[in-house]
Design a binder for this molecule. Sequence first.
Ligand code: MG
Length: 410
Amino acid sequence: MYQDFASRLAGTVWGDYDKIPDRTTDYPTISELETVVIDGNFPWTIIKVTTEEGIVGLGEAYPSPGVHEVITDYLRPVLEGENPLDVERIYHLMRESLSGRGSQQGIGTIAISGVELALWDITGKWVDLPVYQLLGGKMRDSIRIYADCHGGESMVDAALGGQTHEMYTPEAYAAEARTAVQEGYDMIKFDLDVPSGHEIQTKARHLTDVEVEHKRRLVEAVDAEVGDEAEVAYDLHWNFNAESAKRVADAIAPFNPLWLEDPLPPENTEAMARFRESVSVPILTGENRYGRHGFRDLLETDAVDFVAPDIPKTGGIAETKKIADLAEAYYVPLTPHNVGSPVATMAGVHLGASVSNFFAIEFHARDVPWWENLSTESTPLIQDGRITVPDRPGLGIELDWSVVDEHRKY
Ligand code: MG
């Protein structure tokens, strides 16, 4: 049935999940969507969904340019007047409204994900239950957090060209590992796609033997320092080809890394499956994959040992739960990627509380001292490398808007 674009944007979408007019109980009505960007070590993109009843739901989208425009120009007209408790239905409405404009992956899916988190927050607040309770209940009381570590200054500085290879020494890696373990973490991760000073500037994704040896020495130093106290993973960020990544995998295998992350570029599932078959270290990937379809082939081809969807990117809480359930059918643990503020992190906590195969979620802001101050809670969310699953309604996280305003980008 043909309907013009304007009427679709007004929410009069075709199909059997069109507006549901007859309700026997009261329900809230969405009145406003806003975005606020916090200038963290990433531009943390907070989504505020407000209802006519005054409930404010908080969500967060993966830091990406254009989220504000997608939400303001496309999603707001679709959501205004809707019942936010129909989370799954609204998820499909949002995907329809962005059909052909990124509803399968990329910026459109990222914006949808951010709104979806806020809908769960509103739903929990409306029924006065924590989100994990709406997802099937609680499997665990606390969520393991793993610390992203950098043996030098922050990754942002590196991206700006502010670092030299001297910062990526075995001594710096060992010292950083020790600091993280002293902070209470029993699971940490380091980047291995770091400068060694011996790059030959090839675009062929090739590593020389000297470069591989530099990475081996970084891993050796971390293992010697904290190997008995923490599980340690390493990330290659898609930068190498199969022969070079395999030489890295073989070189670090004696130190039993928890996983090697993104050894190859993200698009070619068959190549990843062949790679996993060729090495003895466990393989993790997923932060650049979208939705259940982004993980189906990885699992069907035995390409991974861990899946790492990014909740505010891949489709939101419900979509990630479906990915988790799909992974469980292959006995693969869920280890969400996370570079977000406390809002995105708490979405991961509720999801992690509710799925059997949850393993740990990432924390990427150890070098942002005011990350905890964004929360109105008087005690830190992360204690001894864990977050206690909150019983507060919704996502159980409220932002201190004075701290937000202090670091507000726009
Ligand atoms: Mg990564």
